[in-house]
Ligand binder design. Structure first.
Ligand SMILES: N[C@@H](CCC(=O)N[C@@H](CS)C(=O)NCC(=O)O)C(=O)O
Length: 214
């Protein structure tokens, strides 16, 4: 299998963490898509993923799967033992809900902040920016941190008793916050403590180190 990605990117980190959790790294070859050169917006890459984002998984038969959630679900199902996306209908429902919430309230909001209210990927790539929209999304992400902090005061993990895809998405949000120097609100002590614990997982520690190599 092949994965098109940009190694320091927070979204690609989600899939790389999932690969490590599932011990699948040796089955993947990585293809660099240089976002800073705008390669993801060029026709060659758009033919792989209409949305022009990484990561994209390519299977041996040429099937293309984009979107971190979809890729994680695929990888998690390969061994017949879905440890990241839920085994029972209840687990699946809760994990999917919290994963989506982590995208909407945290990770995607920071991404909009990055692309619209900071230099983002540089002037050649960021051809349209709306700083006001970016700053609103930054504030939404800060509120999202407070929300996840409340959850993590009660639960060991984002979607309940076990580590899951939803934790990976919040971890990516924290990696992105760090990249864009977005300070975590001081009240979010449970979130910070949980993130420190997550960094002890080998799948996560490598990713956090990689994202600092900008
Ligand atoms: N919804 C997508 C978002 C992926 C995404 O935004 N990836 C970033 C890489 S960190 C990207 O390609 N950004 C380039 C851009 O949005 O222009 C997913 O979950 O895979």
């Amino acid at each position: 299998m092949k994965i098109y990605d940009f190694p320091i990117g927070p979204y690609p980190a989600r899939v790389r963490i999932a690969l490590a959790e599932k011990s699948l790294q040796s089955q993947i070859s990585f293809v660099l898509v240089d976002l800073r050169k705008g390669r993801h917006k060029q026709a060659e890459f758009l033919s792989l993923n209409y949305s022009g984002t990484v990561p994209v998984l390519e299977l041996e038969d040429g099937t293309l799967i984009a979107e971190c959630t979809a890729i994680t679900e695929y990888l998690d199902a390969l061994d017949g033992n879905p440890s990241l996306t839920g085994k029972t209908p209840r687990e699946k429902g809760l994990i999917h809900m919290m994963n989506k919430r982590a995208e909407i309230e945290l990770l995607d909001a920071i991404s909009v902040y990055f692309h619209h209210a900071t230099p983002g990927l540089g002037p050649d790539v960021e051809i349209y920016q709306n700083a006001e929209w970016g700053l609103r999304q930054r504030d939404k992400a800060l509120k999202g941190m407070v929300y996840f902090d409340e959850i993590l005061r009660r639960e060991p993990f984002v979607a309940g008793p076990s580590f899951s895809m939803a934790d990976i998405t919040v971890i990516a949000g924290m990696i992105f916050a760090d990249l864009v120097k977005l300070p975590v609100p001081p009240s979010c002590q449970a979130l910070v403590a949980w993130y420190e614990a997550m960094k002890q997982r080998p799948s996560v520690s490598n990713r956090v180190a990689m994202s600092r190599l900008r």
